[in-house]
Design a protein around this ligand. Structure first.
Ligand code: ATP
Ligand code: MG
Length: 415
């Protein structure tokens, strides 16, 4: 016996009215997008979605469903007529095929068809009796913590029987919570932050501060490679990366700023630019991969001094995460191998020997006064920012086109 359908349950979508409709529409669009190349059709009923999986392998279906935010859980199910006899038949067959003899078992029923002459409990009892009789002595009923639970869903037209419920990604459909701008470095943390924000319904675009030719073109390519990975979770499978040509500002920081404050000032510049770009892109929040205490710039004093140059809310999904937890997620979303490629980015190209771990806003502003004209430079680099629309199958390779992102951009857009 093969499972013919998948029953998808939405997660936290216990909302009412218009919101709920929008959420469900987004969920359906996301499911459609992720199965569109497969021979699968979809039926929507009430708050459920059923997929007819035809000949598509279970593992392929799982892989697709596990990347859709908003799916609470799903089950591979067998469909049958809504009669006790039919339900018994498929249950027996299912157990014979999928269950270990000798296991403890219980039956759980749900009845959507209120006209059916039995209550849910009666359905469970009747089916259990018929099934256990047919499979004489193979399974033992146990109501608490049984090894197998047979789930029966009785509906007007058809009924469904299944043994497992698989946990989905949870969260909310991407986009229902609005849009953010994610500061995407080439590291391990920020792609995970971007993913977690998407999982909670926040669509996002990436902003990367690239310092080519001071840093290698490979380090910019790495960010696009990360974007390819997280694009799989995005609506339309598209993730925009705004590449800010940061080297003119970066160079000035290295020459004009008091060394212990270089990192603080660099990050204040990044936040100023990100806030302005967010406004332009209609993003409501910034998102970063910061986590308390990982490096000098991530002490609370430091975060305060850095973020005080902006007013836009800053979301830090990883703020309390251990590195190990972040690494685990990066492996699940398949960004880890890209992130650990050893290309330096602007934060590693020159690291002060003794960065201030408790930088003050007052001092930062004082040292910034030596960087004359940074406001104009900020506007200039925003003007020169190049946007790449990245999909999981994008083939951009900046490294084939010179030493700067700008050269690569020109070359790619002339081909
Ligand atoms: P990550 O692993 O994300 O690089 P990190 O632990 O290395 O983080 P930092 O280098 O201090 O920490 O960066 C903190 C956050 O600042 C990053 O998670 C990212 O959101 C942002 N960031 C740092 N460098 C850049 C950059 N070049 N472009 C865009 N964002 C950046
Ligand atoms: Mg980093």
């Amino acid at each position: 016996m093969k499972y013919t359908k998948v029953l998808i349950r939405f997660g936290d979508l216990m909302l009412k009215g218009k919101n709920k409709r929008v959420f469900i529409e987004r969920m359906i669009a996301a499911i459609k997008l992720n199965i569109k190349d497969l021979n699968i059709t979809m039926d929507k009923r009430h708050d459920r979605v059923y997929l007819n999986i035809n000949e598509v392998q279970e593992s392929v279906v799982k892989e697709r469903l596990n990347r859709i935010a908003g799916i609470g859980s799903y089950s591979f199910v067998v469909e049958c007529e809504s009669t006790l006899e039919a339900i018994k038949e498929v249950t027996v067959e299912l157990l014979n095929q999928k269950a270990k003899p000798g296991s403890t078992i219980k039956f759980e029923s749900k009845r959507a068809d209120k006209n059916f002459p039995f209550t849910s409990q009666e359905i469970s009892r009747h089916v259990a009796g018929m099934v256990l009789k047919a499979l004489d002595g193979i399974y033992k009923v146990q109501m608490i913590n049984p090894e197998i639970t047979v789930y029966i869903e009785l509906r007007e037209d058809k009924s469904y029987v299944y043994l497992d419920s698989i946990k989905g990604m949870g969260g909310f459909p991407v986009g229902v919570a609005g849009k953010g701008l994610c500061l995407l470095s080439g590291g391990i943390d920020s792609p995970v932050a971007s993913y977690l924000a998407m999982k909670q319904g926040i669509e996002n675009e990436g902003i990367h501060f690239e310092s080519t030719p001071m840093t290698s073109i490979e380090s910019a390519q790495k960010v696009l490679d990360l974007a390819k990975k997280i694009a799989i979770f995005a609506p339309r499978h598209e993730y925009k990366v705004h590449m800010v040509p940061f080297s003119i500002i970066h160079e000035r920081i290295l020459t004009d700023i008091y060394e212990p404050y270089m990192i603080t000032v660099m990050r204040r510049m990044m936040f100023r630019i990100a806030e302005k770009l967010a406004l332009k892109r209609k993003a409501l929040v910034l998102i970063t991969g910061e986590s308390v205490g990982q490096v000098a710039s991530q002490t609370l004093d430091s975060m305060k001094t850095i973020e005080e140059v902006t007013t836009i809310p800053i979301l830090r999904p990883l703020i309390t995460y251990d590195k190990q937890d972040i690494v685990s997620i990066s492996k699940i979303i398949d960004t880890y191998d890209v992130s650990i490629q050893p290309f330096e980015d602007c934060c590693t190209v020159y690291v002060p020997k003794e960065p201030a771990t408790k930088p003050s806003g007052k001092k930062a502003a004082y040292y910034e006064s030596f960087f004359v004209g940074y406001e104009a430079l900020i506007d200039q680099v925003i003007e020169q920012t190049r946007t790449f629309i990245v999909t999981p199958t994008s083939t951009f390779d900046l490294t084939l086109h010179g030493f700067t992102v700008e050269e690569a951009w020109e070359a790619i857009n002339h081909d």
